[in-house]
Design a protein around this ligand. Structure first.
Ligand code: ASP
Length: 308
């Protein structure tokens, strides 16, 4: 049994451990952990408290994948609900589809009785207003939003605001794998923008036979490379988990990344329950890990892979 979670996941990993210890499934464990991160309003990159889009609306993305069957569900640009990960799971379980976005996702969330919530906290609103104050001339701000948002969206590619996502990966007692990913996405994004978190194959992938992977960071890059699926496919082809992640990082490095500032972090798990974490950032992020035999989750640091 093992659980690993990206930065911000500290608040949720204990719940996942509880589920696994009591004989629950990896799927239940990753959902339980992610729900706690989504409810943590001090985290400005996931759930309540997440930073809004350019219009000041918080749009949430999430996906969940079950390694037993490759079943998956995802929601994108979902507004007004506290737990997008649970809505994603219900998409997986109750619809013939895998991805709902925007109004349709909200409609389904209402239909299943998902908990509604005001997602924009006073602090997140203030960060949005401060950004507008620092970057947008007063005459444009007075009539906000302008007809053309694209120039302002381009400015947000040089981030001065927090970015992030939570990835939770687990293997249960029976050896099954699951991954959950949840985010408020790129701070001050163009409305309707989806990153990699709800795109299965890019920000999330999981297959009991080979392993699991999930990403945080610039989703525009991992979508192009199909990063999470690539890692699992490399493991299928016999690569070690380390070699699989490094090959995926090389693919990202080969992109023209000049228009966006940022990096990518990858968390992976092979079918034997071995974890690995890599980053292309200069300052490797930490992640939290719990494995059978540990009293409590421990903090670890990702390995750095240079992109240049
Ligand atoms: N991967 C997320 C996205 O592209 C954002 C992040 O992790 O910084 O939406």
């Amino acid at each position: 049994m093992i659980v690993l979670a990206s930065e911000g996941g500290e608040v949720g990993i204990g719940a996942a451990v509880e589920v696994l210890r009591s004989g629950g499934t990896a799927l239940d464990a990753v959902e339980a952990a992610t729900r706690l991160v989504e409810a943590d309003s001090s985290n400005h990159t996931v759930g309540v408290g997440g930073l809004p889009n350019l219009l000041g609306e918080v749009e949430l993305d999430a996906s969940i994948m079950d390694g037993r069957t490759l079943a998956t569900g995802a929601v994108g640009a979902l507004r007004g609900f506290r737990h997008p990960i649970t809505v994603a799971r219900r998409v997986m379980e109750e619809l013939p589809h895998v991805l709902l976005v925007g109004e349709g996702a909200a409609r389904f969330a209402r239909e299943i009785g998902a908990e509604e919530a005001e997602l924009l906290t006073p602090e997140a609103r203030q960060r949005w207003q401060e950004w507008l104050g620092e970057n947008v001339p007063e005459e444009v701000r007075r009539a906000w939003p302008p007809r053309e948002l694209a120039p302002w969206a381009r400015l947000t590619a040089q981030p001065r605001l927090p970015r992030g996502t939570v990835n939770v990966l687990a293997q249960d007692r029976a050896g099954h794998l699951a991954v959950a990913v949840s985010t408020s996405g790129w701070a001050l994004k163009y409305p309707g923008r989806l990153g990699d978190s709800p795109i299965v194959g890019a920000g999330n992938y999981c297959d009991d036979r080979y392993g699991a992977a999930a990403c945080t960071g610039v989703g525009e890059w991992t979508i192009r490379c199909g990063t999470a699926r690539a890692i699992v496919l490399y493991m299928k082809l016999g690569y070690s988990i380390e070699a699989a992640c490094e090959e995926a990082a090389r693919e990202l490095a080969a992109l023209d990344r000049s228009s966006i500032q940022g990096g990518v972090n990858i968390l992976a798990l092979d079918r034997w329950g071995k974890p690995y974490a890599v980053t292309t950032r200069d300052r490797p992020p930490t992640y939290v890990l719990w494995e059978e035999g540990m009293q409590a989750p421990e903090e670890r640091q990702a390995q750095r892979i240079a992109m240049d």
